[in-house]
Design a binder for this molecule. Structure first.
Ligand code: CP3
Length: 353
């Protein structure tokens, strides 16, 4: 930690497993389509335009903070942003998510991928970080992020989102040398991108390995762990790092081995069991099913209490959803969630003193 003020932020304290007066909470995709202000801006600009304009990206980052007492902000951007300067063009097709017209599948494609300087080619992101830091000074910390090498590799090999990751796994098995060249290049780019964000001012990092749960533990260990480890090691110790994935219940111990101060888990695993397995010498983030927010307030309360009980007031729990917030989530439920987590956790923590 760099100064006295940072020591006081509950989110950063929890990342370091220090005691906090209440359990800090932020939400993956907390800036987005469930908010009216976001939808209004989106009528004027495309998603990519919003990411590439530092003022707009900063504005969107701050939108949820006006409505909810969140304990951290996350810079508005996307895990796919570094792929364009690498030479892998894509577009967001309506209703389909990202589409890559020229997927990467052979050695020659991998050789053409560019290692670039994010300070230059992602200057819009670094500028957005500087603007948000100024706006947030003294209030809450700012999280920067990237995808993990596997999740990004899966997008550029499949050409978009995939159900079974057949092409990705086929490349791993059929052509391990091309796979390792690709993962190596992605790792190098990600280390540069994350360090540039840290230099621009983010106070924590989350690495999203959203789709890694499609792998067996054996494949994770051989084809993914060395690269994720390299990325997480490549950040030094300057800011805490959250290492997140979904459907990772079979991979938790290996993900811990890859690194991170905090491991992010989804709702498919019980938080107490997950924490027991990864060990209490790292923090844990999670793990409310985002769909719970579509239910009645009484049900949300019950689920929040269950998760807090599983965390048992132990320092090092950061409350979050198990995956990104869904576009048609009621805003009132999000507000209620944030307040509930603060209220109930402060009671438990007082009870423990
Ligand atoms: O969390 C935040 O508020 C910060 C911003 C953020 C976005 N994407 C904004 C976004 C973050 C951290 C991400 C991460 C991201 N992006 C991931 C990892 C997390 C996860 O959900 O697993 C992934 C896989 C992506 C790739 C991506 N970006 C997809 C598949 C899509 C299309 C699907 C969709 O939700 O529409 C996006 C677009 C995207 N990224 C939107 C937002 C707010 C929606 C864009 C819109 O306005 O239409």
């Amino acid at each position: 930690m760099t100064n006295e003020k940072e020591k006081q932020y509950p989110f950063l304290r929890a990342c370091h497993r220090r005691p906090t007066p209440y359990t800090p909470i932020w939400l993956m995709r907390q800036a987005g389509r469930y908010m009216k202000e976001y939808r209004t801006l989106r009528k004027k600009y495309s998603f990519m335009e919003m990411c590439k304009d530092p003022e707009l990206a900063a504005e969107v980052t701050l939108q949820p903070l006006k409505h909810f007492r969140l304990d951290a902000a996350i810079i508005f951007s996307d895990i796919l942003i570094p792929l364009e300067p690498m030479g892998v063009g894509f577009e967001f097709a309506k209703g389909e998510g990202p589409v890559f017209h020229r997927p990467i599948r052979i050695s020659r494609d991998v050789e053409k991928l560019r290692l670039f300087d994010p300070k230059e080619e992602l200057s819009f992101l670094m500028e957005a970080i500087r603007i948000v830091r100024k706006e947030l000074e003294g209030k809450i910390p700012l999280i920067g992020f990237s995808g993990a090498p596997f999740t990004l590799a899966s997008y550029i090999i499949e050409g978009g989102y995939s159900k079974n990751y057949v092409l990705t796994k086929a490349l791993m098995y059929q052509d391990p040398s091309t796979w390792s060249k690709l993962m190596d290049k992605l790792s190098k780019v990600l280390i540069r991108c994350l360090n540039a964000q840290i230099k621009a001012g983010v106070q924590a990092i989350q690495v999203f390995d959203s789709w890694v749960g499609c792998l067996s533990p054996r494949d994770y260990e051989e084809y993914v762990l060395p690269y994720s480890k390299k990325v997480l090691k490549g950040l030094g110790q300057s800011v805490p790092v959250i290492h997140f994935g979904t459907s990772t219940s079979a991979l938790l111990e290996l993900m811990k081995r890859a690194g991170g101060d905090v491991i992010g888990v989804d709702w498919r695993v019980n938080l107490d069991e997950a924490w027991e397995r990864i060990g209490h010498d790292v923090g844990i983030q999670g793990n409310l099913d985002p769909v719970v927010l579509m239910g009645p307030i009484g049900f949300i309360k019950k689920e929040v209490k269950r998760i807090l009980k599983q965390a048992n007031g132990r320092p090092g729990h950061i409350f979050n959803l198990g995956h990104g917030i869904l576009p048609n989530t009621p805003v009132e439920s999000v507000a209620a969630l944030v307040d509930m987590v603060h209220e109930y956790s402060s009671m438990t923590k007082q009870g423990r003193r």
